[in-house]
Design a protein around this ligand. Structure first.
Ligand code: AMP
Length: 193
């Protein structure tokens, strides 16, 4: 079973992906995590994307499609893929469909975590504050200015994917404002239907 978690920054995609990894032995493929890892390890690509990420804009389709392709080539036996933060543009969605088809696989569900913008800002500002309280450093893009750009990127570039997957018959919507457990149950209901 291969699924996409869709939703704006702060909707809870990463949290719910982690739950599915634990409960269903699925593999989480988060392009955001891959890009942050590239930055930390100081690769050429990591240096190229740093400023774009900090500003809250999207890195090129070519880079993220390349990252996903590499991961699909290396992962072994498991309960399926959770695409978290990918695809974010229509060309990425087409590329994902083609990559899965090459592997003789397909997409089972695109699940939208529905939230509202005020809650997102609270969650992200809260996430940054928690990181500081724990003695760490918040994500460089977890600030209000970058968040505005990330939200705009979501509405302009990513939200068209809702129509795209609806038309393909893959879209399910889940209320992302409930407790973590409630959201987890609603996602499970989609996967087990
Ligand atoms: P995330 O952790 O998913 O919020 O991603 C953090 C940042 O990484 C985003 O704001 C983008 O700059 C970049 N990024 C992550 N995934 C993608 C993607 N699929 N396409 C373009 N940029 C991405």
């Amino acid at each position: 079973m291969n699924i996409i978690l869709l939703g704006p920054p702060g909707a809870g995609k990463g949290t719910q992906a982690q739950k599915l990894v634990d409960s269903r032995n699925m593999v989480q493929l988060s392009t955001g995590d891959m890009l942050r890892a590239a930055r930390t390890s100081g690769t050429e690509m990591g240096k190229t994307v740093a400023a774009v990420m900090d500003a809250g804009e999207l890195v090129t389709d070519e880079i993220v499609i390349g990252l996903i392709r590499e991961q699909l080539e290396t992962a072994g036996d498991h309960g399926g893929y959770i695409f978290d933060g990918f695809p974010r543009t229509l060309p990425q969605a087409d590329a994902l469909g083609a990559l899965l088809a090459e592997m003789g696989q397909s997409l089972d569900h695109a699940i939208e975590l529905q939230v509202n913008d005020e809650i997102l800002v609270e969650r992200i500002v809260g996430r940054a504050a928690e990181a500081v309280a724990a003695g760490g450093t918040p994500r460089a893009d977890d600030n209000e200015e970058s968040l505005k750009t990330r939200l705009m990127a979501y509405y302009k570039q990513t939200s068209p994917l809702l129509g795209y997957y609806y038309a393909k018959g893959n879209l399910s919507c889940v209320d992302g404002l409930g407790t973590m457990d409630a959201v987890e149950r609603d996602i499970a209901a989609v996967l087990d239907a």
